[in-house]
Design a protein around this ligand. Sequence first.
Ligand code: PLP
Length: 434
Amino acid sequence: MQQTNRPSPEHTRLGELWSILPEESGVDENGALTIGGVSVARLAETYGTPLYVYDEEGLRRQIRRFVDGMRERWPNSEVLFASKSFPAVGMYRVAQQEGLSVDIAGGGELRLALAAGVDPAKLHFHGNAKTDDELRMALDAGLDTIIVDNEDELDRLERLLERPQKLLLRVIPGVEAKTHASQATGGADSKFGLPMDQALAAIERMRAHPLMEFEGVHLHIGSQILEVEQFAEAVANISSAGEFDVYDVGGGLGVKYTYDDDAPSVEAYLDAVVDAARAHLPAEARIMIEPGRSIVARAGVTLYRVTTVKRTGRVFVAVDGGLADQMDVALTGQRFEAVLGNRVLDPWTETAQLVGRQCESGDLLVDRAQLPEARVGDIAVVATTGAYGYTLANNYNGALKPAIVFVAEGEARLVARRETYDDLLATHLPAIEG
Ligand SMILES: Cc1ncc(COP(=O)(O)O)c(C=O)c1O
């Protein structure tokens, strides 16, 4: 059930904020934001900050929009969760329970998925620089499909294969995605996959090998893409590679992060992909998609405690985290919105720089955030941080990776604990040796 307590008082932007906060958000009797029926003030108190909080019901609902929507439109299809967007064991488990297959891109994600109990027959292995060790791990685990990126990988597989293995080939579809340069992966200069002319030679090689079961092609044009026509263009381009049993057309659907963003719905995205498939691909082909960000972004928020408020001409509201747990602000210039979660109904009268504690001026969580006059101890909630936040979390300035909590129907459960200072020291030999 969606929360009904969603006021939009004057002198706030709450009315607009509901569309970027998790689906199961509301306000409690103390004027605190609730996620999954639990107040963020209580979550911060119980689990500490910074804290990644996920609305589990909203997350599962969004998965079903993809799974059901794809099945209705193209029954011979498969939806893979691009697990790089949120590689937590608890999330792999939700993905498996909701009928998603899973895309992994390395030995670490493989271990996390297996630890969550994901069926290896649901795993697809990506990566442009897979090592022998990782390929061996994947083959030993009996995973379903390897997405071959290049000829060196075929050399490796020739050495390592001992039984038949399903393979796809990643090709460059020649689509310059309209997104941040670091997130565009489908243009002629991409480091991922092979251009069409070289792809044909690699396909011949796979077809000639007795243990390589070549099934089809894979593409991925990039991430945070807001024009669905670009996905259709990629599908059309890939058809020139030939007729195959499988086409995996990647992920990349963009999401609404800010008040001003306009993002396509899951349905509009699926319509664009499937219409293009009907126009250009064989009717009996199996179509795969690999959404990551668009599954998890909105379901997640990050809670921070305000540690410092400075009014020096500009207003700086500094919190106890920053780009160490929200790296996208620096890596891709991603913009977010924030709210003071412990008193969302107070008038939002101040325009502030919501900054982190890492030693970079680029550690700016929200540029010109509209907030009530912030005080030390307030809880800043940064919205739409469910994708790539935990993924990219790092130890800059000795920061500890935050904990992850899933909330649903008034209950919270810890999914990953916060790192400790002992974790930080654990890999350093002089510290271990005393
Ligand atoms: C091969 C591949 N598939 C899927 C994705 C998921 O993209 P997104 O999270 O934008 O949906 C990525 C991420 O960049 C990717 O590299």
